[in-house]
Ligand binder design. Structure first.
Ligand code: UDX
Ligand code: UDX
Ligand code: ADP
Length: 470
């Protein structure tokens, strides 16, 4: 019979593990949920009395307020939490490998492997182990092998794949009402029974017809496929935005018309300066690597083009800025509004803003950045990573971090919108105009500004997916 899950341990208190297991705790008051991490500072932040949580996510604080201390705990005592749990989520980071075989493409499974070995080393009873991190196909199989080879006699480990589909910025809404929950298991009686145990956890708030149970391999591939196809939509619309800019077409009108076809659908067709985030590029490169390993070069080339187009879109945008500013931005002041990879998050992983700023700095511009959520130290960290050959002191001579959008714009020749924060729409643009050098340029990389109103004020406005008509 399926195990009746009473205690859950989640290894990894990051963007995925934190919100997911906080919501499980909220919705399942009868289950004790302990989220553990190696990183003491991160756990302290989750436990902070004033709820200064380590990640910014709308609605998350409200969830933690209700559940923390009731049946939700954050801890660095990994061993105890693992030993007590019936079910363990593994939600550790899986960055793209920076060196060795598959560098730049394959996922670094070091963290998954060490978490798995740790479970095998300390577990004193049987467990259901759930792979939650986005991982390459066959990871569940590797986890199974490691657990079986290292565990104490008489213990059983059932491995499930349960990829997470939440998007940052809407994580809590996504978790409360997911389009679907996907659980992959071995199609053996034991595998199906473990799958039922996890299904019963989700069934506390997710309608059963939204819980899909499939084989492990389908589950692992579906996660990569979902992200690849979402990213592909953005690269498709961005490719069309280049045609719009060169003609009289308007990408918003085109996207609207195309999206009205129910076979295409209206969502996720917003042209932009390029997609970012920890998942899209990583998962596509994973898929490319997998296809190549399977000797399917045409398939690999197909998916690789989605990333190539995204790089092109970012480069195209920064070039448009330089071209428009009379072919040089050397010593000019460029204000960059937004540093996060999308609105409503403080996450900067693969943010297109980083690429734009890197391009502006290599043209020897001076850049002033403002973002409502990203930590100042994170901005310095990301820029040093993006410019490994430039010492941080040099970067700090060329970059200023501002506290408001208005102060970022002061004395600049151009304002560049890199993230679609709602507050950028509501800035006092007339005041911005007054503080800027003339002609005052605005580059809207997110199609959020009112072009006509800005032109009325006197701005020269450039928007993704529209011809210039300066
Ligand atoms: C994504 C998937 O949406 C989610 O299901 C998966 O679990 C993790 O990866 P996330 O990266 O958090 O989520 O955010 P998402 O909203 O998908 O945005 C990714 C990037 O695409 C952002 O940079 C966003 O600005 C960009 N984007 C999104 C566009 O440029 N245009 C769009 O129409 C939508
Ligand atoms: C298409 C467009 O659908 C239509 O809107 C446009 O006006 C003309 O082009 P059509 O070519 O008549 O219509 O048929 P469609 O149903 O789109 O199928 C085109 C091809 O795609 C067929 O060979 C079909 O078998 C194939 N197809 C379609 C698939 O292989 N898989 C699918 O999921 C859908
Ligand atoms: P994601 O976006 O996938 O959630 P994050 O980097 O935000 O990724 O979170 C992953 C977390 O997992 C980090 O806080 C990291 O410290 C933690 N972690 C990695 N390996 C282990 C491990 N073996 N044991 C406990 N925590 C780990």
């Amino acid at each position: 019979a399926p195990v009746n899950v009473k205690k859950i341990c989640c290894i990894g208190a990051g963007y995925v593990g934190g919100p997911t297991c906080a919501v499980i705790a909220l919705k399942c008051p009868h289950i004790q949920v302990t989220i553990v991490d190696l990183n003491q500072a991160r756990i302290d932040a989750w436990n902070s009395p004033d709820y200064a949580l380590p990640i910014y996510e709308p609605g998350l604080v409200d969830v933690v307020r209700v559940a923390r201390g009731r049946n939700l705990f954050f801890s660095t005592s990994i061993d105890v939490a693992v030993q007590e749990a019936d079910l363990i989520f593994v939600s550790v980071n899986t960055p793209t490998k920076k060196s060795g075989v598959g560098a730049g493409f394959a996922a670094d499974l070091n963290y998954v492997e060490s978490a798995t070995r740790h479970i095998a080393a300390v577990a004193t009873s049987s467990k259901i182990v759930v792979e939650k991190s986005t991982v390459p196909m066959r990871t569940a199989e590797s986890m199974r092998t490691i657990l079986e080879a290292n565990s104490k006699p008489g213990l059983r480990f059932d491995i499930l794949s349960n990829p997470e589909f939440l998007a940052e910025g809407t994580a809590i809404d996504d978790l409360f009402a997911p389009d679907r929950v996907l659980i992959g298991s071995l199609q053996t009686p034991e595998g199906k029974s473990a799958c039922q145990s996890l299904t019963n956890v989700y069934a506390n708030w997710v309608p059963v017809d939204r819980i899909l149970t499939v084989g492990v391999w389908s589950s692992e591939l579906s996660k990569l496929a979902a992200n690849a196809m979402l990213a592909q939509r953005i690269s498709s619309i961005n490719a069309l935005s280049a045609i719009c800019e060169a003609t009289g077409a308007n990408i918003e009108e085109v996207a609207h018309a195309v999206g009205r076809d129910t076979r295409v659908g209206p969502k996720f067709l917003r042209a932009s300066v390029g997609f970012g985030g920890s998942c899209f590029q990583k998962d596509i490169l994973n898929l490319v690597y997998l296809s190549e390993s399977l000797h399917l070069p045409e398939v690999a080339a197909y998916w690789r083009q989605v990333v190539t187009l995204n790089e092109y879109q970012k480069r195209r945008f920064s070039k448009r800025v330089v071209d428009t500013l009379f072919n040089t931005i050397t010593n000019k002041n460029i204000a960059v509004l937004g540093f996060a990879f999308k609105a409503d998050t403080g996450d900067t992983r693969e943010s297109p803003a980083i690429t734009l700023i890197r391009d502006f700095l290599s043209e020897r511009a001076h850049v002033t950045v403002y973002d409502p959520q990203v930590e100042v130290s994170q901005i310095w960290f990301d820029l040093s990573e993006a410019l490994p050959d430039v010492p941080l002191e040099q970067i700090k001579k060329q970059v200023t971090i501002a506290n408001t959008a208005l102060s970022a714009a002061q004395n600049s020749e151009a304002v560049v919108v890199a993230t679609e924060w709602k507050e950028f729409r509501d800035i006092d643009w007339r005041a911005v105009y007054d503080t800027m050098k003339k002609p005052a340029f605005v580059f809207d990389g997110r199609m959020i500004l009112d072009r006509d109103a800005l032109r009325e004020i006197g701005f020269e406005v450039m928007t993704i997916g529209r011809g210039d008509q300066l």
